[in-house]
Write a protein that binds this ligand. Structure first.
Ligand code: DGL
Length: 271
């Protein structure tokens, strides 16, 4: 048994890396649906079906707890999965959205008090077209904070470029998406990289946004939130120590890219 980490492709590795470093004694298995990435241009039905299939594969590996390290799946499919699909007597599926919003709104995990004013007033959100269209970020934010202006930029093409390993294209796209957002909101105080692929481009986002903008690191926030969750639900920790990394894509190619991104040897096998 291990804790499962799911993503449409390589992006969830940013979360995988953070949680493995924060909890070195916990085993994490990974499922990357590289054959079907990007999810961010798919419709809700498609994202739901693909996410359920990936989560089932992690359940087969003994991962009773699965983290959707994919904002698109968290925004578009998670609510429906939790309400009508996950057998909650034995399994849990959690997303990556809420920890980030809790940090932005200065809340402790699971604080259900009414929404209140927070320090950050102007937030730039960068996410996939599906995540932006879902408005899930704004909805979750409104439960916790008042008076926060969110400007969202759908970053078409960035996930494809990262999955293809075309760094030059990815950088050019990030710069143009940041410019487009800054035309609508010239002075954001905070930027949220609302797609787990984007931290692989943090330096480009930060350079384009300028030094005055705080870029929130979703991976570290998710790691802190997961550590807290596992302390309260130790039955989901599992006793395994062997992590399996599965991909629906070409294992050799995905292993190479993953090794390059995380700067340590990562070996994927066929899902
Ligand atoms: N890493 C996924 C996310 O966080 C990327 C989605 C995609 O495949 O487009 O949204």
């Amino acid at each position: 048994m291990a804790v499962g980490i799911f993503d449409s492709g390589l992006g969830g590795l940013t979360v995988y890396d953070a949680v493995s470093k924060a909890m070195p004694d916990t085993a994490f298995s990974y499922f990357g649906d590289n054959a079907h990435a990007p999810y961010g241009v798919r419709d809700a039905e498609d994202v739901f079906d693909l996410t359920c299939r990936g989560v089932e594969r992690l359940w087969e590996e003994g991962c009773d707890l699965v983290i959707l390290a994919c904002n698109t799946a968290s925004a578009v499919a998670l609510k429906r999965m939790q309400e009508s699909w996950v057998p909650v007597e034995t399994k849990r599926v959690l997303g990556v959205f809420v920890p980030m919003i809790e940090a932005l709104t200065e809340r402790q995990w699971g604080d259900n008090s009414p929404p209140r004013e927070v320090a950050v007033k102007h937030v730039a959100l960068f996410a996939t077209p599906a995540t932006v269209a879902s408005r899930a970020f704004q909805r979750e934010l409104a439960y916790r904070a008042i008076g926060v202006d969110v400007e969202a930029q759908p970053c078409g093409g960035v996930v494809d470029a990262i999955e293809e390993g075309d760094e030059i294209l990815a950088e050019a796209l990030v710069r143009s998406h940041v410019e487009a957002l800054l035309r609508r909101m010239p002075k954001p105080e905070a930027a949220v990289l609302g797609c787990t692929h984007y931290p692989l481009m943090t330096a480009t986002f930060q350079a384009a946004l300028g030094p005055g903008v705080t870029v929130y690191s979703q991976a570290d926030l998710v790691a802190a939130s997961l550590a807290d969750y596992l302390a309260r639900h130790p039955n989901f920790v599992g006793s395994g120590t062997e992590a399996k990394l599965l991909t629906t894509g070409d294992p050799a190619r995905v292993s190479n890219k993953a090794t390059q991104f995380l700067r340590r040897r990562i070996a994927f096998e066929q899902a």
